[in-house]
Design a protein around this ligand. Sequence first.
Ligand code: EPU
Length: 337
Amino acid sequence: MSIDPQPQFDLSFNNTLGVPARAAWYAELHEASDLPLLVRWAKEHDMAVRALGGGSNLVMHEQVSGLTIKVSIRGKTRIDSGSSRQRWRLGAGESWHETVVDLIEQGGSGVENLALIPGTVGAAPVQNIGAYGVELADCLYRVEAYDTQENQWRQFTREACEFGYRDSVFKQQENRFIITAVELDLDQEFQPRLSYGPLQELANLPDLNARDVLAKVIEVRQSRLPDPMVLPNAGSFFKNPVITSETYSALVKNHPNLVVYAQPGGWKLAAGWLIDQCGLRGQSNVDGVGCYEHQALVLVNPKRAPAASIQAWQALVQGAVLERFGVELEPEPRFWA
Ligand code: EPU
């Protein structure tokens, strides 16, 4: 095997929440063809396998068991799809944001609303990343992954990915599939998606193009969300809860200012608003773990406290929201032990 797994590898700078963590075993994957051998090595040693991208949606415990495979497969190739859309094949280890900027510079569009989301291309389908009225599912053509259970390569069409709100088959069947490549279908002709509040003002701009939207999205994100390189965080820490019409009617009676979005079959609550209403925005615990001062949904970890402190703050926030609104918040990141 051309890659030798290393024991006790420090992951503290491989997770954007900045928690101190070590992988029992670690290997960095540059070539997809090395993956079957790595997986076999782990099985021979009776170890679980996990794929690591940018570590931007993870809470790692101090000791991460098994073999952690950092997916660093590069590549950005335009392929002829025979359709009017621009098809791109991307290595899973590419930076998502750099890819977005690159594809837009090359004349594609459809991903501009998803700029500045931290993490890698390969991690994007796991969460079905989304922002400002667009989600990855809207432009995804196909995912290539290795099935560590069946020891075989698999191709997933968009339908086979079973995308939902921050959800997919890759998240549901945790650690089963390791994504090595993603194919996107971009628009040749720019179609603005400006439904989200701060983007609406672009609608009147003459000759609006994808670069204008890209610049606006970057500006909005930079003004509202902390840069993980400066202030450790994992983006939104909770999903926005989806509730039934009955729950909505009951809640809005007591909370007439409730922030909600209509959804097929129900309503989606703004978790950030719920947390803010509990007075937790800008508050933190003794370890410094707390809710970001400009966006309560983002949990920040300025002192790089361990997972236990993160979970303690998570429980405090969930308890406060449950008590005040009777609503359960579900964490968005995945937990690695
Ligand atoms: N709000 C408050 N106080 C807060 C935070 C938010 O009152 O402290 C209110 C806002 O004023 C607004 C509403 O809550 O009326 C929603 O806030 P925002 O527009 O910031 O969006 P969000 O629902 O909190 C979601 C995604 C983000 C994505 C934005 C924009 C989830 C869990 N989060 O946040 O995604 O960037 O919409 O589309 O769906 C992520 O997943 O990591 C992420 C950052």
